[in-house]
Design a protein around this ligand. Structure first.
Ligand code: ZN
Length: 117
């Protein structure tokens, strides 16, 4: 088991009509890779198709809790960018992938899904 570098996460509630980071046609999606970690809202599916899991107990679609990005993705606008050719880059989930965390609020069951680009 590898222990990844620790990051402190600061939370800001998103106002109605806003998103955790800008999503529009003016900004290419790759501009935000590495900076898409968030709680709640809708998952920003890496593959463009949704993979909401169902609860093993009640069989209902589970609630989206969080997505965890490849925090150290090497990119000029990413404040946590780490040289991808160095041994220092630890927070890289596959090929700039993302982990999606789901929870059944009734049965208290959790699942995660992984997608990468
Ligand atoms: Zn359930």
């Amino acid at each position: 088991m590898e222990i990844l570098p620790e990051f402190k996460v600061s939370l800001t509630r998103v106002e109605e009509g806003e998103t955790a980071y800008p999503i529009n046609d003016d900004v290419p999606h790759y501009e935000y890779q590495g900076r898409r970690t968030k709680l709640g809202g809708d998952p920003d599916w890496e593959q463009g198709y949704n993979e909401y899991p169902c609860c093993n107990e009640c069989k209902k679609t589970m609630s989206f809790i969080a997505q965890i990005d490849s925090v150290e993705h090497q990119w000029k606008s990413n404040p946590h960018s780490v040289d991808c050719l160095s041994d220092d880059q630890k927070w890289m989930l596959g090929d700039v992938g993302m982990i999606y965390v789901f929870f059944c609020l009734d049965c208290l069951e959790t699942k995660s899904v992984f997608q990468c680009g």
